[in-house]
Design a binder for this molecule. Structure first.
Ligand SMILES: Nc1ncnc2c1ncn2[C@@H]1O[C@H](COP(=O)(O)OP(=O)(O)O)[C@@H](O)[C@H]1O
Ligand SMILES: [Mg+2]
Length: 229
């Protein structure tokens, strides 16, 4: 579905991603773990064309996207749920969904509400009146309105209370069952490993581990060195 081949990404002169390669197979959840500052968000910004790589290739369904404009990448079918959720405080739940509604999308406002019934009760609430879990739900629902086949989610549980974290976990399960391929970054290892089919760990802009969740759980060195657990 998605393939990053040796990408190098910079902020001005700062060489942040130093040869990142990873793959997200169709219908799978892939977790990208790493400490704060490891380069997880930059990897996602590179995929979405917001901070395009200066070197390397990114293939989405076989097509090179590393030099495309962000809106074209989104239109090809990659939904981005940025870190911090980025909702509009002044828009209601209904408005968030309506402004992103796309002609010909299999996702209507109604279908989004059927998938996330909690949002139905909050239709006329504004973005800033929602709980953390509801905000994440809306951020995902909004991304679905653009009819993606893949979702890129940046630390969906950041700043959420433990109970809400579990709720977001179930939310991602729901989305996975709809058949989406998902790339998920996290600092919470346990949370990510419960959801993921495969896992990558990054440190200082490089991939330092790739394997199955169980393999990471058993690898004390990687866990201690790169995740601090
Ligand atoms: N806009 C920016 N300008 C310059 N440096 C940045 C910018 N955003 C992030 N960085 C740097 O890039 C590195 C990776 O950051 P980031 O991708 O946000 O990591 P993570 O998401 O894993 O916490 C960090 O050293 C960070 O300071
Ligand atoms: Mg980040």
């Amino acid at each position: 579905m998605l393939q990053l081949c040796d990408i190098h990404t910079y902020y001005d002169d700062s060489h942040v991603l130093q040869g990142v390669s990873l793959q997200v197979p169709e219908g799978k959840v892939v977790a990208l773990l790493g400490r704060n500052g490891a380069g997880k968000t930059t990897t996602m910004r590179s995929i979405m064309g917001l901070t395009p790589p200066r070197q390397g290739k990114i293939l989405f369904r076989g097509q090179e996207i590393q030099a495309m404009e962000p809106y074209r990448i989104a239109n090809l079918g990659i939904g981005y749920i940025p870190q911090g959720r980025r909702l509009f405080p002044s828009l209601t739940v209904r408005e968030h969904l309506e402004v992103y509604q796309k002609k010909g999308s299999v996702w209507s406002v109604q279908r989004a509400l059927d998938t996330f019934p909690r949002l139905k009760e909050r239709l006329d609430n504004h973005g800033n009146e929602l709980s953390g879990g509801e905000q994440q739900m809306l951020a995902i629902a909004r991304a679905l309105m653009l009819n993606p086949v893949m979702l890129v989610m940046d630390e969906p549980t950041e700043g959420l209370a433990p109970l809400v974290v579990r709720e977001v976990g179930r939310l991602i399960q729901t989305v996975k069952q709809e058949g989406f391929s998902i790339l998920l970054t996290e600092q919470k290892m346990r949370f990510a490993l419960d959801l993921a089919d495969e896992v990558y760990v990054m440190s200082k802009g490089q991939i330092v581990f790739h394997g199955l969740p169980q393999e990471l759980l058993e690898n004390e060195t990687v866990k201690q060195t790169y995740l601090g657990v």
